[in-house]
Design a protein around this ligand. Structure first.
Ligand SMILES: *Cc1c(COP(=O)(O)O)cnc(C)c1O
Length: 364
């Protein structure tokens, strides 16, 4: 039996009756664009998260792009973000013509280090865009304080953190906007691309709503240049079914992670650190080791998937290397050279976790 990084098939089989019926119903109703399931999902997701407003869009990348655009960030502006994330976080900043300013991460949480942010703030800084990486909330108490002090917007990249909490509030409800991805493998994932922006103010939400639909509030009346970025009605059916179970899914991810950490407390391995500031929802289970190649080879040999999230920090990517050639971010660079991620998904059995852990121990 092979063990994949994520098992979307077994989750689908559990939800098959509900999802299939919902899709057939949507096909019958033929309201494919901005239909009733999209509207219902926005309401249900906002209620679950405790967000004032939620606007569904076509992807997590678009959520970031439209949130930044709606916030009025543009050419000449700087946005402080993490170098240890998926490229989309920085791409969105570039789409609006602004410049990403990378600030190093904490070695334990892998999230942007609030202690290093202030030194990176300039008169051009407009926003801080922390990423709740691998499902662990970034230190928004410290980051919000900096935003208040310097009059900056806080925009959260919640692509990996649906349902993660910080002091009783869910990620995506603390800053001016939260940007979610529903890529299939995310904690809340659909069966294609999807995303969502949560917003604290009705004005920001309305601007995202207009931007996602060709700059139009009233059909064929266009007030700004917008985009075609709507969540698909059929994807909304799938998301509504999974949203009902997201608390259990996240609980199960935590079960898997905690069992891994118990079994992998070994010299030569640093299991992921829960910094105790929030509730980690383990989008990924990522550890640090100098024996990455050996462990990954042994896992492959045993039919067990593993992955490196992420092998190259953003300031060292080809696309950015020239621009940031004098930038040194030693923690991100070190973590990228030593990190590896093990399979984790809600349906993973304790027995599967024990098998993975046994192979990792054997390789050490
Ligand atoms: C997945 C992801 C995105 C982009 O989401 P898409 O839905 O794939 O466009 C952005 N930021 C982070 C941190 C992600 O993990």
């Amino acid at each position: 039996m092979t063990i994949p990084m994520v098992d979307l098939k077994s989750q689908y089989l559990q939800l098959k009756d509900e999802i299939d019926a919902g899709i057939l119903d949507a096909l019958e109703k033929t309201q494919f664009i901005l239909g009733p399931n999209v509207a219902a999902f926005e309401e249900e997701a906002a209620a679950y998260l405790g967000a004032k407003h939620a606007v569904a869009v076509a992807s997590g990348t678009d959520a970031l792009h439209l949130a930044l655009a709606a916030a009025g960030i543009g050419p000449g502006d700087e946005v402080i973000t993490s170098p240890f994330t998926f490229i989309a976080t920085a791409e969105a900043i570039c789409y609006v013509g602004a410049t990403p300013v990378f600030v190093d991460v904490e070695p334990g949480s892998f999230n942007i280090d609030p202690a290093l942010i202030e030194a990176a703030i300039t008169p051009r800084t407009k926003a801080i865009l922390p990423v709740h990486l691998f499902g662990q909330p970034a230190d928004l108490a410290a980051i919000s304080a900096l935003c208040g002090k310097h009059n900056l917007l806080l925009i959260e990249d919640c692509a990996q953190s649906f349902g993660a909490e910080l002091a009783g509030r869910m990620t995506g409800t603390i800053g001016a906007a939260g940007c979610f991805s529903f890529f299939p493998s995310k904690n809340l994932g659909c069966y294609g691309d999807g995303g969502m922006v949560t917003a604290a103010s009705a004005e920001l939400a309305e601007r995202v709503r207009v931007l996602r639909n060709h700059g139009s509030k009233v059909r064929y009346h266009h007030s700004v240049i917008g985009y075609n970025s709507r969540l698909d009605e059929i994807q909304a059916v799938i998301l509504r079914a999974k949203l009902k179970r997201i608390a259990v899914y996240n609980e199960e991810r935590r079960r898997v992670a905690h069992l891994y950490s118990e079994l992998l407390a070994l010299p030569g391995l640093t299991p992921p650190v829960e910094d105790g500031k929030g509730v980690h929802v383990y989008h990924q289970y990522t550890l640090l080791t100098d024996a990455r190649e050996r462990i990954m080879a042994a896992l492959t040999e045993a039919g067990i998937a593993s992955a490196i999230y992420y092998p190259i920090p953003l300031h060292r990517q080809d696309v950015f290397a020239e621009t940031y050639r004098n930038v040194r971010l030693p923690v991100a660079e070190g973590v990228a050279s030593r990190c590896m991620s093990l399979p984790i998904f809600p349906e993973m059995t304790d027995e599967q976790v024990r098998r993975v852990a046994a192979v990792v121990r054997g390789a050490l």
